[in-house]
Design a protein around this ligand. Structure first.
Ligand SMILES: CC(C)(COP(=O)(O)OP(=O)(O)OC[C@H]1O[C@@H](n2cnc3c(N)ncnc32)[C@H](O)[C@@H]1OP(=O)(O)O)[C@@H](O)C(=O)NCCC(=O)NCCS
Length: 204
């Protein structure tokens, strides 16, 4: 098992690679969740829940809400992402907004996703930089996980526009503020060949 801890502006983050995640290591209620999934999703669930539980310092089961988000113990907010055998989790005290995390390979996308996930402004800024496309994707997925628990609806990739600076810096503009009444912050870094993106959102 490998583990890397990160302090981010949105909470404490843990990235783990369990090698061979085992359902038997989960609390009984989570085993029920896991058994309903296919093999790959089972391994993801074990790794993500293991990272989140370690950050929380709990042995309690972490179930999922009706939209798929993890249900944190009272007093905490948190989020999970997986990529291959790695999982990332983030936790923060409740009260400052909902948070999200995403982990992606820091390489150009295998499919041409740029036109689907980028606003016209972002497409102009990025040009043909494929790694910038996956970085924008990671930041927007982290944003989605922070925003969905507030608005409880699908949020499209072009509902927010990013200006991505050097590591740690990203400004977020909500394109239609009445359709998406939230304030969003985002952060990112590159770690061991992966983008790690985090976000925090609050109702405006
Ligand atoms: C839900 C979604 C963000 C998951 O991302 P992914 O890259 O497929 O998968 P990841 O491994 O990064 O994340 C999966 C985790 O997201 C979390 N998640 C799922 N639904 C969620 C929701 N509605 N809200 C918050 N977190 C959610 C879960 O913890 C899940 O892991 P688990 O089932 O093991 O607990 C993605 O599939 C999706 O539907 N995106 C919607 C569109 C979007 O991102 N728009 C951008 C708006 S700016």
């Amino acid at each position: 098992m490998t583990r890397t801890e990160l302090e981010t502006p949105h909470g404490r983050c843990l990235i783990i690679d369990l090698g061979d995640p085992q359902i038997a290591s989960l609390p009984a209620a989570e085993q029920v969740l896991a058994k309903a999934l296919g093999e790959i999703r089972q391994r993801e669930l074990v790794a993500g829940r293991t990272a989140l539980r370690e950050l929380l310092g709990t042995r309690e089961a972490i179930l999922a809400d009706d939209r798929g988000a993890p249900v944190l113990p009272a007093g905490f907010v948190g989020s999970i992402s997986h990529k291959g055998s790695r999982a990332a989790a983030i936790v923060a005290p409740a009260g400052l907004g909902h948070i999200g995390i995403d982990l992606e390979l820091a390489v150009a996308p295998r499919q041409p996703i740029g036109r689907r996930i980028l606003t016209a402004d972002e497409q102009r800024t990025i040009g043909d930089d494929g790694r910038a496309v996956t970085l924008h994707f990671a930041i927007k997925e982290a944003i989605y996980k922070a925003v969905d628990p507030i608005v409880r609806r699908y949020v499209g990739f072009t509902e927010v526009s990013l200006v991505v600076g050097p590591p740690g810096e990203c400004s977020v503009t909500v394109v239609d503020r009445s359709a998406l009444p939230v304030t969003i912050e985002a952060w990112w870094t590159e770690l061991e060949g992966h983008w790690v993106a985090t976000a925090r959102a609050r109702r405006r």
